[in-house]
Design a protein around this ligand. Structure first.
Ligand code: GLN
Length: 401
């Protein structure tokens, strides 16, 4: 947005005071859309956060922790009780044995986990393979670190991996690959065979996998999440990034973590220590309660999201969108070409202003904006009445077909 108070003199001063590493950064489109939604009173299906409450027992545990005076710093790389709970959960769910003393770093959300991992493990000039469309933070993570993203395009409609291109993307400068499964924004769940092939490549070429698994429990059609770290040969070379945000509907708590081999963890802990010191201590304590919820909690989380997925897809198809059916996570990418807009940004502006629904323009998930120009992303982590209200508004779009 143009700021009329920014004269050329203030712009020049800003250029002198800003570091070069910030020049390429622009405001997150996802978070900007939330601001526009508030401004126009639109139903916000842009930024991916639930508008329904967190589990009552988890909220109670947070209140108890504050009343119990857990108000000072936790150990910088994570409160012991919380790390122990994370290790117990990994073992019970996936038979994945993690040492809570040396292999976990608790962070301020998955966002910090990802950034701290990049800062700790990549040198300027290292290449990082990233699948496109991608979650928009991975670009700034690279540019702040000085790493170079090498993109490999997933192929719609099933978003499969072109393995010949993936192999060709690996070269002597490749240091890491980012995997986000279940995937934001496509809803792709990486299959066992796909993970196996990626794992083989990583082992052959001595490459790290940084895997963002924050949607692990939001998965449909009877599929099961497979952590990359549990694939053959990957335990030593995987940084698993995760958080409480999505599994327990607490995106504002900012409690995330990394799980990785002790040598990798050591470096991640150093960055984390000097950037944030630590995640909120009472909320880590509440995390102990969250992580001990029974399997039925996760079953019903997935079942509720399945209902929301079907609800939103029904609405979108009725209104003239062509959708890519997500297999996991809580987003749907929709093709907007039938509405005849010049591009996704114009469509998203029209939608938030005239129709009253906020979405994320597809171009924010691609390096070249033209590649996402006929796509938008809807988030369906919303109450039934929110989706119904969006439906009432979106039906007005049918007049434009
Ligand atoms: N992951 C969520 C999204 O894609 C929220 C991101 C954020 O704003 N931290 O919408």
């Amino acid at each position: 947005m143009h700021d009329p108070s920014a004269t050329s003199a203030t712009v020049a001063r800003t250029m002198q005071t800003a570091s070069q590493r910030t020049f390429g950064l622009v405001e997150s489109v996802i978070r900007e859309m939330t601001r526009l939604a508030l401004h126009y009173g639109a139903v916000n299906l842009s930024q991916g956060y639930p508008d329904f409450p967190a589990p009552a027992e988890v909220k109670e545990a947070a209140k108890r922790a504050i009343d119990g005076d857990i108000n000072q710093y936790a150990i910088t790389w994570g409160a012991k009780r919380f790390r122990d709970a994370l290790a117990r959960k990994a073992s019970a769910t996936f038979g994945w044995e993690v040492d809570p003393e040396t292999e976990i770093c608790v962070t301020c959300g998955a966002t910090e986990a990802m950034f701290a991992s990049f800062m700790a493990l990549l040198n300027p000039g290292d290449e990082v393979v990233i699948f496109e469309p991608f979650y928009e933070n991975y670009g700034p993570d690279c540019s702040l670190t000085g790493a170079i993203p090498r993109l490999v395009r997933l192929r719609p409609p099933d978003w499969h991996i072109p393995f010949d291109e993936l192999e060709a993307a690996f070269n002597e400068r490749t240091r890491a690959i980012v995997i986000n499964t279940p995937n934001n924004p496509t809803g792709k769940v990486f299959g066992h065979d796909e993970l196996e092939k990626i794992a083989r490549l990583c082992c052959e070429r001595d490459v790290l996998a940084v895997t963002d698994e924050i949607y692990e429990y939001i998965i449909y059609d009877g599929q099961r999440h497979v952590p990359m770290a549990t694939m053959p040969g990957m335990r030593q070379r995987t940084v698993t990034v995760n958080a409480m945000s999505k599994s327990y509907s607490v995106t504002g708590w900012r409690v995330g973590w990394t799980i990785a081999h002790r040598d990798l963890t050591n470096s991640i802990r150093k960055v984390h220590d000097f950037v944030t010191v630590g995640a909120a201590a009472p909320l880590q304590e509440a995390g102990v309660t969250a992580l001990s919820l029974p399997q039925s909690y996760y079953d019903s989380l997935a079942a509720e999201y399945n209902k929301r997925r079907n609800h939103l897809l029904g609405i979108l198809e009725e209104c003239g969108f062509r959708c890519f059916r997500p297999q996991g996570a809580y987003y749907a990418i929709a093709d907007i070409s039938r509405f005849g807009f010049e591009n996704d940004t114009k469509f998203a502006e029209f939608l938030v202003r005239e129709i009253g629904v906020a979405v994320v323009p597809g171009s924010s998930f691609y390096r070249n904006p033209a590649d996402g120009a006929q796509q938008v992303r809807f988030a369906f982590c919303k109450k039934e009445e929110t989706l119904n209200e969006a439906a009432n508004r979106l039906r007005r779009l049918r007049d434009r077909l």
